[in-house]
Write a protein that binds this ligand. Structure first.
Ligand code: FMN
Length: 387
């Protein structure tokens, strides 16, 4: 009792003895506490506290003089036993996890710590066993493991499905280009080989064929860009977003006349990311802002950075153009979602889906605010890019 310097400080008179106090402490423990005497080939129990009887449902008649193996219900090859046997053979301490059974047959997880008690010549004569019911902890851990496994499996399945969708849309878009080129080529040949008077019905039909072929080409290009937005590794570099935005504006003005909005770009905006993909984000957002403000007198487009309500920085692209109804906002970033007719404002309906994928891949989020006739603002953040 005193060989570890843990002698109790007791007063001399009118108090329970050290022996009684320690016995009470053991009896009051919420963990099972048992003592076995080492005999040849077995370690029968000579003591078990109340918590052990509560935990196992056995009585002193069942267990004293008996071996705790009876708790194992015949499961003698469970993983906790070899280390326990090795510790018993060496006469050293061990903590193991065991599957045990109560007297009524119900199972529980037992975290058992066994410590040898040595005699004066250093030979183990007894073992003290501490039994802790860890059923809830183990069941929770197993449930979490199972959940993690099924999530991993689901992630792998999704990755596989995504991969095949990506390669499908790549090859579909590629393969569609060849017959389209034929349609356009034969239309041109037809125009040359037969005399189609301007303003005639055949001229009208041919113009419709050519316009539709053109539109299909734009759609294919948009789909390829969408597929590219999630394919391949990201090449992450420091990007000068202000410069990129200016390039987007310059090239839009060159290719789409009539987009004469005043453009205000905040200088010095930088971010870490894939330059080609971030260019695509600005191309789509600023391109939309220019397009949807093109019919507004005094059209203005802004690209800048500000703090959100929580003080976190975010980029924004704002315009004072046509805007849209926020009731449709849920579908805004979906594929082939358009709020305006092709005649009103041309477009493919794929751009914002592309933007959202790129922003998500860059660890950011995108949102929008708008009202019909009141312009629109798109906010996006860029976090840690992931491949
Ligand atoms: C004091 C003491 C308490 C024990 N408590 C348990 C217990 O709660 N559950 C259990 O499965 N085994 C317990 N054991 C271990 C088994 O009684 C037995 O020693 C172990 O299974 C190794 O024997 P084996 O090689 O026949 O399997 C205890 C052993 C001792 C000495």
């Amino acid at each position: 009792m005193t060989d570890h310097g843990d002698k109790l400080k007791t007063a001399d008179v009118d108090e329970p003895s050290e022996r009684v106090l320690l016995h009470r402490a053991i009896a009051a423990s919420r963990n099972g506490i048992t003592i076995g005497r080492i005999e040849t080939g077995k370690i029968p129990l000579i003591y078990a506290n109340a918590a052990f009887y509560r935990l196992t449902g056995y009585t002193p008649d069942d267990i004293i003089g008996n071996d705790c193996r009876l708790l194992q219900g015949g499961m003698t090859d469970q993983p906790g036993l070899p280390p326990l046997r090795a510790a018993l053979a060496k006469g050293v301490e061990a903590t193991v996890l065991l599957r045990n059974f109560r007297k009524d047959g119900t199972e529980f997880w037992n975290e058992l710590t066994m410590s040898p008690v040595l005699n004066d010549s250093g030979t183990p004569t007894h073992y003290v066993g501490i039994q802790q019911d860890v059923t809830k902890r183990e069941n929770d851990a197993r449930a979490i493991d199972a959940l993690n496994q099924s999530l991993t499996q689901r992630g792998e399945d999704l990755e596989l499905a995504n991969e095949s969708l990506r390669s499908f849309s790549f090859s579909a878009s590629h393969d569609l280009r060849a017959p389209l080129a034929s349609i356009k080529g034969f239309c041109a040949t037809l125009r040359k080989s037969i005399d189609v008077p301007d303003g005639s019905q055949p001229a009208h039909y041919m113009a419709r064929i050519e316009a539709n072929a053109e539109r299909m080409e734009q759609l294919i290009e948009a789909l390829l860009e969408l597929a590219r937005s999630t394919a391949g590794e990201l090449t992450v570099r420091a990007c000068d977003l202000s410069r990129m935005a200016q390039e987007v504006v310059d090239s839009s003005r060159a290719t789409a006349p009539g987009q004469d909005a005043q453009v205000h770009i905040e200088p010095g905006l930088c971010a870490e990311g894939d330059p080609a993909l971030l260019h695509s984000v600005l191309q789509n957002l600023i391109g939309n802002a220019l397009k949807y403000s093109s019919k507004t007198p005094g059209a203005t487009v802004w690209f800048g950075r500000e703090e959100d309500a929580g003080g976190k920085p975010r980029f924004f692209v704002r315009d004072n153009g046509a805007g849209f109804d926020m009731a449709n906002a849920a579908t805004l970033f979906g594929t082939f979602q358009r709020f305006h007719s092709e005649q009103e404002f041309p477009g493919t309906g794929v751009g914002l889906a592309t933007v959202r994928r790129i922003v998500t891949r860059h660890g950011g989020v995108i949102s929008a605010e708008s009202a019909p006739g009141k312009g629109a603002v798109f906010y996006f953040t860029l976090g840690v890019p992931r491949s």
